[in-house]
Design a protein around this ligand. Sequence first.
Ligand SMILES: Cc1ncc(COP(=O)(O)O)c(C=O)c1O
Length: 421
Amino acid sequence: MTNLQKAQALDQSDRLAEFYQRFYHPENEIYLDGNSLGKQPLKTKERLVSVLDEQWGQQLIGSWNKHWLELPKRIAGKIAQLVNADSDEVVVGESTSVNLFKLAHALIESGLYPKRLITDSLNFPTDNYILEGISSYLKMSPPLCVSYSSDLEADIAQLKEVIRSNQGVLCLSLVSYKSAYYYPAKMLNAFAKSHDSIIIWDLSHAVGAVHFDVKETETLAAIGCTYKYLNGGPGSPAFMFIDSQLSSSLSSPIQGWFGHANPFEFTSAFEAAKGIEKFNAGTPQILSLSALEIGLEITLDAGIRPIREKSELLGNYLIEKIQSELIPIGFKLESPEGYENRGSHVTISHQESWRICQCLLHPKRGEPKITIDFRPDKYIRIGMAPLYTRYIDLWQTVERLRAIVTSREFEQHDGKKPVVT
Ligand SMILES: Cc1ncc(COP(=O)(O)O)c(C=O)c1O
């Protein structure tokens, strides 16, 4: 059996294979960037057209009572189902950055934890910017950043030592955006709890790709985006999870009318809604929420366990190919080798990473365009979205990477970079 036949056989035995048909696929393109922006489900357009024509077009403001007021709650319930939260522990809306601001601010001001913000060097930049902003706004010391010697994985002993001697409110990305390093959340939550601390988990690179259970891991607080593995579309609304017992002690720093107990009574005094609803602020993004619901339904249909299982298998397959075909020609594996410490993308590097990415994105001789992404200063991320990534896509990508390097095709490109890489 050739390597291609092996990949084809793996696709044939894939129990999620039928989900490929549920997405829009641009012609002659292998898309391995679902960890940045997920593909468009075919049903999304139909849903949006119906919201535009029937709800907004025909029923106009009447749609608030008929369809829209209940939409954010319904969607939050679906996200809750995915992470095994209760439906009153999740709200959906706005961006991950804004949700982190509200949640971290609320925890710091709650008096439940020492007033210190802690992050680490694997965290996504916006999270660190938000924490920095909160600390200057509240006139606290700047966030403490645990800086590891490697971009690849967290040094858990170092992280625990920092928590032991500097308690407070931590924010960590459950799956790190650069290397896909997957933190041992349950152990860290327990450690934080026993040291008067709490961890806000950023689930952006995890939700919809890894099996994460807030109850099993004793997670108390999380945020995340929905435009990656949940296929909600560009800028689709983010979410916030807070354990129901904890949320009763928290207040949102943004008191908006949608977080009021009775927004449509238009009272002059603010009265916070009960539970997590108080973290809502303004009018929900109905079009984006409508699109997101389709992505969520597909994910729930497939089931998060089979999704995670396929993500592990795809990752193992790709890493095997990288080790046998790419490492001998100068690539380096920049993700954890074992699936238990890895999310759903695999990162590699090469001294010509940028120019190699240009060859993949701008093929010359009729090869497919291969969309992966480049992250400074040298990382090539290969994202596997288990609902639609196939083994043959990974096989073909490794073949192309090998050809680009062995033929020195990358020399045809200069090193100039655009704004969005
Ligand atoms: C881990 C992580 N957190 C936060 C963000 C930013 O989210 P938003 O643009 O919704 O604020 C991203 C974006 O890619 C991300 O990967």
